[in-house]
Each structure stands twice: as C-alpha cells, then as structure tokens.
Ligand binder design. Structure first.
Ligand code: PMP
Length: 417
C-alpha cells in the first residue's frame, strides 16, 4: 500500500466525489459552494455539459495525437478559434500542459529571440514551480527554500503594492517604475535584458490588481529598450478579471501572452501566443513535449471558449465580481481585521491585518476554516497567507454570490467578533 506524498498540503478537508457547476459534493453528498474553482481553473463550472460532451466525443475518436508526430483537427480548430480572442497580432500559438511549462516556453522564446539572458520579474509574483518558472517566483519562499540554485538571470523589481505601504496607487506606481528604471542602470542593462514578466493581477502573491499605469509604464520601457513584455495570464486570462485578458484594461498588448488554467475548464492545457515575427525566432525543436496540445484537452478548450462566448461569461465575471466585492466590503466594514478587499472580476482577495497593521495570518486561516465548515470553499494567498481569496467559476450567479457573502459574514463573525 502506498500513500500520497506529505508534500501535498490540502487547503480544505473535503474529499470531493463529484462537481456540478459552482458546487462540489463530498462522498456523503454534502454540498459545497466552490469559490476556489480548482485554483481558478473550472471557468465554466464543474462538468459543464458542453465541455463534458466535447471531451467525451473526443475520447472516443482520438485521445493522443502528439503534435510533433501527427497533427489533429481539435488543435487546429482551437488555434483558429483562439485567433478570435487573442490580442491582435499575437497570432502564433504554442501549446503545453501547465502554466509552469508555458512560462518556461515564454522565457526560452524571449532569450532566443533577443539573444539576451536576463528576465525581470515582479516581487511577489508567482509563475510556477519548475526550475525556470520557480526562479521567477517570489510569492513565498516555500517554492524555493532548500531547492536552489534555480535558473540564473532573474532580476526582481517591485510590484506596486499600495495597501502594504499605505500609499496611493499613483505613489506605488511611481515607486515601482522608478525602481524598474534603476534596475536597468544598476543591475540588468537593457543589452542583457530579454524580457519583463508581469501578472495583470498579482495572484498567489496577494491578489493585487496591477494599476493600468504600471502596465503602460512597463510597455513604454520595454519598447524603448528592446525588452519583451510577457503577460502571465495563467490565472487572470479567459475572462476571470471581467475582460477576456487581464492586461486589456491598460490598453496595452504584450509581446508574449501566457494562458492556462481557465482555458480548458480543468483539462491540462496551456499556451503561449506571440506575433509570427517573434515566434519564428524560436529555434526549431527547442519547444515541444509529449503531451502538449492533447486532443481531448483541445476539444475541451474549444467547448470552453464557446461557452464563455455563448453564455456571456466575461460580462458575468465583471458583474458578479462587483457584486462580490460590494458584499465583502460590507463585511470588512464591520470587522476591522479585514483591512482591504480588492480584485478584478471574480478574482477577489480579503486581506487580514492586525490593529498594528501587520499581516494577520492566524485570523485569516481561522476564517478560511470557518467558511469551509459552513460549506464555502476558499483559498488563501499572499506571502504571509493572510489574504483569503475567492475565485468562483465564471458562471456564478448573483444568488450564489449573495449566499457566499452570507456564509463569509458568519465565518468572520465567528473568528473575529
Ligand atoms: N503563473 C501564474 C500567474 C499562476 O497563477 C500559476 C499557478 N497558480 C502558474 C503560473 C503555474 O501554473 P501551473 O501550476 O499550472 O504550473
């Protein structure tokens, strides 16, 4: 008999037996409101009938085509369909299985295309756990401690964190961009800098939306210095932030876009997209993988994109996200332990803070647990784990949002009366 590695730590005690829409059910058929969406993956909800149907049909037709051996129709159709939602000009797509792999692919491409080595990443960013993506990650030392040295050539720059510093957004942006400029003259000269990678909403690092001026500031600097701008939309993409891509709000276009998670409603699929001229500079054979662009995952992604369009899920994410934040702000107003409620679309964080203004990890953990006991599944994030985040599927309804806010209010009242 074998057991799971203790390296896996579960955020909730639930043994999930099945999922349906916004709900998970355990083996006793107890119903949970799932505001984790498998870490922002089940965009169309659990087992959306159209995704299930598309996947089942594909399973009986061709499971594994292997895209460097033979090509298959689902991947061609998905690529064509992605062309309708990708930023204009980013019309060459490379597929892999996970967010981390896609981040690795973006870095490989950026280095090959520019002939430069360094990648600038934001402090607090999360890009994955592989040695390359992990090297770009600084949302918490648990991803790195005892593991290094990781990929060399990574330089960190501050992300604008207004709440943490007690600054206005404008002050936080001014500081972050000034530090970025300083890096280019002190640590990583433009001739050495291949790319800067940024999450449109800092995810695992604490659910902090990037102010649009930060993204436009990075875009300007990238253009000025021949540095590529990589948008890591693994968590923010496919409608989660209330626009199809999280960077759209800033009116910029990245050079390389990374997508995964919500793209295939739970099937492992990730992709990077870049202009033809840029993608064409990847050396043949330098990207690939046995499972990348799997036929069943591609069919599920195609169905996902159809559902997102046909059910108006991007607008729904914007609408329900506003409703969620409004409800959560009322809870925070009654419980000063929640110092900040923030987010974009259905990507919302509640930051727990002590009266002295330091992170209150313990109360956040207790609120998280009390919510799960009431049937509301949530996750925490932030370097101190003191941000309780809510990431429901994009199909969430106003009634489900209200139910979640009610359960949350009870949970917070129990742990911080
Ligand atoms: N980038 C971001 C922004 C993420 O949120 C994540 C996962 N949380 C990753 C990359 C890594 O994705 P994966 O776990 O699929 O490798």
């Amino acid at each position: 008999m074998a057991e799971l590695s203790p390296v896996l730590k579960q955020a909730t005690p639930v043994l999930a037996a099945r999922g349906e829409g916004v709900h998970l059910f355990d083996e006793q058929d107890r119903r949970y409101l799932d505001f984790t969406a498998g870490i922002g993956v089940t965009s169309t909800g659990h087992c959306h009938p159209r995704v299930v149907e598309a996947a089942q049909r594909q399973v009986g037709t061709l499971i594994h085509g292997q895209y460097t051996t033979v090509m298959h129709r689902p991947l061609l159709e998905l690529t064509d369909r992605l062309g309708e939602v990708l930023p204009s000009g980013l019309d060459r797509v490379f597929y892999s299985n996970s967010g981390s792999e896609a981040v690795e692919a973006a870095v490989r491409l950026a280095r090959q295309a520019t002939g430069r080595q360094n990648v600038i990443a934001c402090q607090g960013g999360f890009h994955g756990r592989t040695m390359g993506a992990g090297a770009l990650t600084s949302s918490g030392t648990k991803v790195r401690a005892g593991i290094g040295p990781m990929m060399p050539g990574v330089v960190f720059t501050p992300f604008p964190e207004a709440y943490r510093h007690g600054w206005s957004e404008a002050e936080a942006v001014r500081f972050a961009l000034a530090e970025f400029d300083r890096l280019l003259v002190t640590v990583s000269a433009p001739v050495d800098t291949a790319a800067v990678i940024v999450e449109p909403v800092l995810g695992e690092g604490g659910y902090i939306p990037a102010p649009p001026e930060f993204l436009t500031g990075l875009r300007e600097r990238a253009d000025r210095h021949g540095i590529l701008l990589i948008a890591d939309e693994v968590q923010t993409g496919v409608g989660r932030t209330g626009t199809f891509w999280g960077h759209e709000r800033a009116g910029i276009t990245p050079d390389i876009l990374i997508t995964a998670k919500g793209l295939a409603s739970g099937f492992p699929l990730s992709a990077i997209a870049a202009p033809e001229e840029l993608m064409g500079r990847a050396w043949p054979g330098s990207q690939g993988g046995t499972y990348g662009g799997n036929a069943v995952a591609a069919a599920a992604a195609l169905a996902t994109l159809d559902v997102v369009r046909d059910e108006g899920l991007v607008d729904n994410a914007a609408e329900q996200g506003s409703r969620l934040r409004e409800g959560l702000r009322k809870v925070a107003a009654e419980h000063p332990v929640i110092g900040d409620v923030r987010g974009l679309g259905v990507m919302v964080g509640n930051e727990f803070t002590t009266p002295e203004g330091t992170p209150d990890t313990e109360t956040a953990a207790r609120a998280h647990r009390a919510a799960a006991e009431r049937g509301l599944l949530l996750l925490t994030c932030g370097p101190h784990g003191n941000v309780v985040r809510m990431i429901p599927p994009l199909i969430v309804t106003a009634e489900q949002v209200d139910e979640a806010v009610g359960l949350w209010a009870d949970a917070v009242a129990e742990v911080a009366p």
